[in-house]
Design a protein around this ligand. Structure first.
Ligand SMILES: [Zn+2]
Length: 318
């Protein structure tokens, strides 16, 4: 309600302060001298070799924004309050905008949550995988049904999400989560992901799946045998990884319903973000997402989505 009551000027100031806390700067050349073009609601850079015009959203994820700024702030507020994610249809109803607008808006917010990781995870790290888009609907007539356990009868869109979570130092849950899209939960992919993302000083906890057997050769390992217990006698478990999948499944079953393979990595990353920020207040999450949106470059995948600009492939990592 606080967001929706903002006047145009207040929404503009909120956006401007989030983007330039220490004064307006040209997104093209970084120059701090500019003048305000009142009729266009834009600035013009005073740098003599630049001279570009720019608005408060130019060069951010909301580049070439068409709606009042209050609507974008409202979208961030609604989005940050949804613990299990938000569907485009619900966003379109809540904000009273077209479905197509809401679809692109939700995906741009998801894109802003993607981080580029350079440092490796340390301490105690859990790794696990789960499959998405694997369901094959059985035929109506019993005699026409196929054996859905056979590899040849499985859904060709079936993909695996591998999650790696670092347990927090305080011992309460996990606070750093990375997700990856792969074709299968295999030894090749788990080894590659573990070497790229986990420090050699860390201890890995994994379940009894054979895909993790190969990690014994590279890193210290603890295994939990789920057929016998969910937490082993030495405290070995993958419960934090299961927690992530629990949220991810609820997001799919209760909110979004469809995860297209081209974008399923974004949904998984959203669930990871929500899992890591679950103990923050909604105001802190709102400020974090707003900060990410104004710092993020224009979306490569969703600028002009309904004019035909689509991501052409899946973001498979292994
Ligand atoms: Zn400039």
């Amino acid at each position: 309600m606080q967001i929706m009551r903002l006047s145009d000027e207040q929404a503009f100031d909120m956006f401007k302060d989030a983007r330039w806390p220490s004064g307006v700067a040209c997104p093209c050349c970084g120059g701090v001298d500019q003048y305000w073009l009142k009729n266009r609601s834009m600035w013009r850079c005073k740098h003599k070799e630049c001279g570009k015009q720019f608005s408060v959203t130019s060069g951010t994820i909301f580049h070439s924004a068409k709606m009042p700024l209050r609507v974008y702030l409202g979208a961030i507020a609604l989005y940050s309050n949804c613990a299990k994610g938000m569907s485009a249809l619900q966003m379109s109803r809540d904000l009273d905008v077209q479905y197509k607008t809401a679809f692109v808006l939700c995906h741009k917010l998801r894109e802003s949550l993607v981080d580029v990781h350079t440092e490796k995870l340390t301490g105690t790290v859990e790794i696990d995988g789960a499959y998405v888009n694997k369901h094959v609907r059985p035929k109506n007539i019993r005699a026409e049904r196929i054996d859905r356990r056979l590899a040849k009868n499985q859904n060709p869109k079936k993909r695996a999400i591998i999650v790696i979570r670092q347990r927090s130092v305080s011992g309460k849950g996990a606070d750093k989560t990375r997700v990856f899209l792969t074709k299968t939960e295999s030894q090749n992919s788990t080894l590659k992901l573990a070497l790229n993302n986990i420090d050699t000083s860390a201890t890995i906890h994994a379940d009894e799946h054979h895909a993790y057997d190969i990690l014994h050769s590279a890193l210290p390992m603890q295994r939990v045998i789920h057929a016998q217990h969910y937490r082993g006698p030495q405290g070995q478990c993958t419960n934090q990884a299961e927690s992530f999948f629990s949220r991810f499944r609820r997001m799919q079953n209760g909110q979004n319903h469809k995860f297209d393979n081209n974008y399923v990595d974004r949904y998984a990353n959203e669930a990871a973000y929500r899992e890591d920020t679950r103990r923050l207040s909604n105001g802190a999450i709102f400020n974090d997402i707003l900060g990410r949106c104004v710092e993020h470059l224009p979306s490569r995948d969703f600028c002009g989505y309904w004019q035909g600009n689509h991501r052409t492939g899946e973001a498979l990592v292994a």
